[in-house]
Design a protein around this ligand. Structure first.
Ligand code: GDD
Ligand code: MN
Length: 406
């Protein structure tokens, strides 16, 4: 198709997913990719809203690139028909490749801007947040992420299951690839801006939906900024997320872990001082647990049944640990989020993570005692140490959310 025609489609790049250091023609500052699959009902509205916002902020200095994977509902044709009305709009129709992440990268490969971005085409990512993301980049960030997990962030009416799956995926990432997933509070975000030079000349190799993991894992990202946003409910069409995306996510994490030297970086960034304080608090919890267990279950005191006493003692110890961690180990973070609602939310997360840690503790104890070391106390010590690292690391990233974001 002759690319000089007014609404001709963009050429579709092939080969490795590498972004050139400088654009073929640097005619604009900002290139925003809108990946689409069956968004016919949303595409005109998102283009109209983005144009209105960006014409106000950076008139003539941006481009919108719709990258559509040959949607059966004709999204790419509708987008193409809008090019006349929206001169900043370009459209790429992919027929040989499919997938959200690769669509974004193909769009970045043909982009003209030195600042690259991605936003969903279904209006679930509120366009107005773009302005704060642009401000963060102007202030020096290499990567500006719209996050559901910082102040001002949230998900509209997600089911408990979807929240649990999303958080579970994040915890899995914190375990498999801590130095990447732990750098931001919402590593699953599909809404962010990144400087071209931070991700240029590296072969990106994403699989599935989580393009941000690839950018964090393979890019040269120094300064990160986060902006809170509320993930909106879809009005038209439906999410394309299936179990396949969850499996691809795990595959992506493992591949990133194996192919990048992020193992070393984890130990460099590990906050040893905080971990020591967390360990001392945990020790105080052991004394509280033992004391309450004695008061409740010893024949010379109340003589209650052991399991019931242990559950009460364990919960009181968790409460004790939370108070000390909130007031000492993570005081600097806690004081930034010190409303009662935030404190209760933190306590709830801490509780869930510590109870999961208790399950891990029991599993490791049985594993070590039955297959490795036939001494229950040594096995228990190993189990407590592993559960403490789990409790510390996951609480650091989810409850008190110490990310590398400035
Ligand atoms: N080109 C292309 N190819 N676009 C796709 C594909 C694909 O295979 N699959 C989905 N898209 C487009 C959709 O049209 C939509 O614009 C956007 O990518 C997100 O797809 P959804 O299916 O709506 O994903 P979601 O809403 O469940 O999750 C989104 O938001 C999360 C939070 O930011 C995704 O962006 C997730 O990656 C993200 O974690
Ligand atoms: Mn969506």
């Amino acid at each position: 198709m002759n690319i000089n025609q007014p609404n001709s489609l963009l050429p579709v790049p092939s080969g490795t997913l590498q972004i050139p250091e400088s654009p073929s023609q640097e005619l604009v500052w900002f290139s925003l990719i809108v990946p689409t699959y069956n968004e016919a009902a949303n595409i005109e509205k998102i283009i109209q809203r983005l144009t209105q916002l960006l014409d106000e902020r950076i008139p003539g200095n941006y481009e919108l690139i719709v990258v559509d994977d040959n949607s059966p509902d004709g999204t790419w044709q509708i987008a193409q028909s809008l090019m006349q009305k929206y001169p900043q709009l370009q459209v790429m129709r992919r027929q040989d490749e499919r997938g959200l992440s690769s669509a974004v990268i193909r769009g970045w490969q043909v982009a003209k801007g030195t600042l690259l971005g991605v936003i969903d085409g279904d209006l679930q990512h509120p366009p107005h947040v773009l302005l704060q993301l642009l401000d963060a980049i102007v202030k020096g960030a290499d990567l500006a992420v719209a996050s559901r997990h910082v102040d001002g962030g949230g998900v509209s009416s997600w089911s408990l299951i979807r929240r649990f799956l999303s958080r579970g995926a994040q915890v899995l990432g914190l375990i498999i690839l801590p130095s990447v997933v732990g750098r931001v509070s919402d590593p699953m975000s599909g809404y962010f801006l990144v400087r071209r030079h931070s991700i240029a000349n590296v072969t990106l190799n994403p699989v599935g939906y989580k393009i941000l993991l690839e950018v964090l894992g393979r890019g040269q990202i120094k300064q990160i900024a986060e902006v809170g946003y509320v993930f909106c409910e879809r009005k038209q069409g439906e999410s394309k997320v299936t179990w396949k995306q969850y499996l691809e996510y795990i595959h992506h994490l493992l591949r990133l872990r194996l192919s990048t030297g992020h193992i070393g970086k984890f130990s460099q960034n590990f906050p040893v001082g905080r971990f020591v304080r967390f360990g001392l608090v945990g020790l105080s919890g052991v004394f509280v647990d033992m004391a309450v267990l004695y008061l409740l279950s010893d024949p010379t005191t109340l003589g209650l049944p052991l399991t019931r006493s242990k559950i009460i003692a364990g919960e009181i110890a968790i409460f004790n640990n939370f108070l000390w961690n909130d007031a000492w180990t993570f005081a600097d973070v806690a004081m930034q989020q010190n409303s009662w609602r935030q404190r209760c939310k933190r306590f709830l997360k801490f509780n869930i993570i510590c109870l999961a840690g208790l399950v891990l503790n029991v599993l490791v104890l049985n594993l070590v005692f039955n297959f490795l070391i036939r001494n229950r106390y040594v096995a228990n010590l190993i189990a407590i140490a592993i559960a403490t690292v789990w409790n510390f690391w996951v609480n650091l990233k989810l409850s008190w959310r110490v990310t590398q974001v400035k």
